[in-house]
Write a protein that binds this ligand. Structure first.
Ligand code: ZN
Length: 413
């Protein structure tokens, strides 16, 4: 029977022993009977996403789990642009942007009073602008954030940030970071774009209304983190695969879109936090499995608790993740027409003691009726290290899953 893979990813899951938990890791300390059941149903191991001892970001960690490597990483700008639903083309320059308030030539507030409402209208007023032969795409993101894309021939991402990173300073003129004509041209055009942004935004009726209401106008754009979209083959094309991703977080959705995965999300009910609706997530994952071979089901909360340095909070997040795994297990007997392989992974460790990502390996499982069973019956960093999958890189893990889908060509004859 045809195999399909459901890959569950707990963001930032891996951790270190915490004093507050009697020197157990949050995963060891959590009640997680469903995750343990999955571990006993297959093979366990530990995984270094890129290489041993190298921390990775959520963006790169997910790119690796979706079939790419560090040399493919285009920078934060392009992944955020994909996350906001912009479909980048090779050569496009993507930048992270802020709506800001400028007064008398100085940045008075880098976040325009943390503007929340109306950024869609403001972004629409900037989207589609043309400077020389370059087209500007502009899309609002959460709160004061946005993404800008420059599309045209001969552009370069080797340009400096316009964001002065501090209030009371002027917007920084964009400079080329190397001597190439492309960087010089991009810096010149981007400067002109930012001036046009100020002209358009300061006359926008929404900003007049904001000022009348005593709010800071969002009358300028600050850019940073330019990245150029490389020529990347989509994972779904490379492997002739139908893949989908169920997630709420835009970085994860960005990496998934970049790989050509179909997106299943529900901003009303899925939050990227502890209160996310796990019933809805599992419902979407089951729906996606009907016509996709590879489905990713992501949960953000463990990473947030790691960044907060909150071991008990991380235990609670893991127990939510376990509840989600329980709902997946309930659904498996109802799935017909294919054999489900269930995989557990994480995009990196976020140890509570460090409050930041680390290079500690993460626990992995591949489970199913036709998967070799090892002796491991608990899902955590310690037991995983004794399992049949041993220790592998993120790329090896992805390739291993792909081979169960029978999309990896045989080498030799
Ligand atoms: Zn993180």
């Amino acid at each position: 029977m045809k195999n399909k893979v459901l890959l569950m990813i707990a963001d930032g899951l891996g951790d270190r022993p915490c004093e507050e938990l009697g020197w157990k890791t949050p995963l060891e300390a959590a009640r997680k009977e469903n995750l343990d059941r999955i571990a006993s149903w297959g093979s366990s191991g530990i995984m270094d996403l890129w290489q041993c001892g190298t921390p990775v970001g959520t963006d790169l960690g997910h790119m690796i789990l979706f079939g790419y490597g560090l040399p493919d990483y285009p920078g934060r700008g392009p992944i955020e642009a994909f996350g906001e639903g912009l479909e980048l083309q090779p050569g496009d320059i993507a930048l992270r942007a802020n709506f800001a308030t400028c007064r008398d030539g100085l940045v008075a507030d880098r976040r325009a009073g943390r503007i929340r409402q109306g950024t869609r209208e403001l972004a629409a007023a900037l989207d589609g602008m043309q400077v020389e032969d370059v087209q500007v795409l502009f899309k609002e993101a959460t709160e004061h954030r946005a993404v800008m894309v420059l599309r045209g021939p001969g552009l370069s991402s080797a340009v400096t940030d316009a964001d002065p990173k501090k209030e009371g300073l002027p917007i920084r003129p964009v400079r080329p970071r190397d001597g190439s004509p492309e960087a010089e041209r991009t810096a010149r055009i981007l400067d002109r774009v930012l001036v046009r942004c100020q002209e358009i935004l300061s006359q926008h009726p929404l900003n007049r209304k904001r000022e009348a209401a005593g709010l800071l106008p969002a009358n300028a754009i600050l850019t940073r983190g330019a990245g150029q979209m490389p020529k990347l083959e989509k994972t779904v094309e490379k492997y002739h695969l139908k893949a989908a991703c169920v997630a709420a977080e835009s970085t994860v959705l960005g990496a998934a879109r970049l790989a050509g995965f179909d997106i299943y999300t529900d901003p009303e009910r899925m939050t990227g936090n502890l209160d996310t609706d796990i019933d809805r997530k599992v419902e979407l994952a089951v729906k996606a499995l009907a016509d996709h071979d590879f489905v990713v089901l992501h949960m953000k909360a463990p990473d947030l608790m790691g960044h907060d340095g909150d071991p008990r909070g991380k235990v609670r997040a893991i127990e939510r993740y376990d509840a989600m795994a329980g709902k997946v297990l309930e659904e498996i007997p109802k799935l017909t027409g294919f054999n489900l392989i269930l995989a557990l992974a994480a995009d990196h460790s976020t140890p509570c003691e460090r409050r930041e990502h680390s290079g500690d390996p993460v626990p992995i499982v591949v489970a199913g009726k036709n998967i070799r069973k090892d002796q491991v019956t608990e899902y955590d960093e310690i037991h995983g290290a004794q399992g049949g999958l041993n220790r592998m890189t993120g790329h090896m893990f992805f390739q291993f899953l792909m081979d169960y889908l029978e999309v990896v060509p045989k080498e030799g004859n």
